[in-house]
Design a binder for this molecule. Sequence first.
Ligand SMILES: [Zn+2]
Length: 94
Amino acid sequence: MAENSTVIVELCSRCNKNPRAHGHDWCKSCKAEAERNYRDSAEKRAYLRGKEEMRRALAAAFLQIGGAGGFSQVEISNMIMQAPGPQWSDAQSN
Ligand SMILES: [Zn+2]
């Protein structure tokens, strides 16, 4: 006696191609891609924020020099490399 069985596979609500991961609306591939995108964008936001903090810190350091004219390129380069840069506490307060 042949037994008929039907397995209903729900497809990923994102790509509509792959079966959903257990307990999720999306397939494993779509979940992985979304997690990767989120991680990449979080890193990018952190990088850009750090870049802006560094610019602010350097601008503030140069404002304190006073009479900035007359410095050589080497002196300016040294000042930039010796500038303490933004602190973690600065980033948290903005
Ligand atoms: Zn998918």
